[in-house]
Design a protein around this ligand. Structure first.
Ligand SMILES: [Zn+2]
Length: 61
């Protein structure tokens, strides 16, 4: 029988992301289903794509 693993079935919809909020520097949580990240401090919502891009442009050091 073919198996199809839906990655969202058993997942908490929020996944801890390894990024900081673009506005306040708080921790971002990825809302996996919608490809968005939500800041736990300011509740700002960002597209994951934007956060990734910002992260690439500003390498942590
Ligand atoms: Zn924030």
């Amino acid at each position: 029988m073919a198996e199809f693993d839906n990655p969202y079935v058993d997942e908490d919809p929020f996944v801890r992301a390894h990024f900081d909020c673009l506005d306040c520097g708080g921790k971002l949580w990825e809302y996996a289903i919608q490809g968005q990240m939500v800041c736990e401090d300011c509740r700002g919502v960002f597209r994951s794509e934007d956060v990734f891009n910002a992260s690439v442009e500003q390498p942590a050091d």
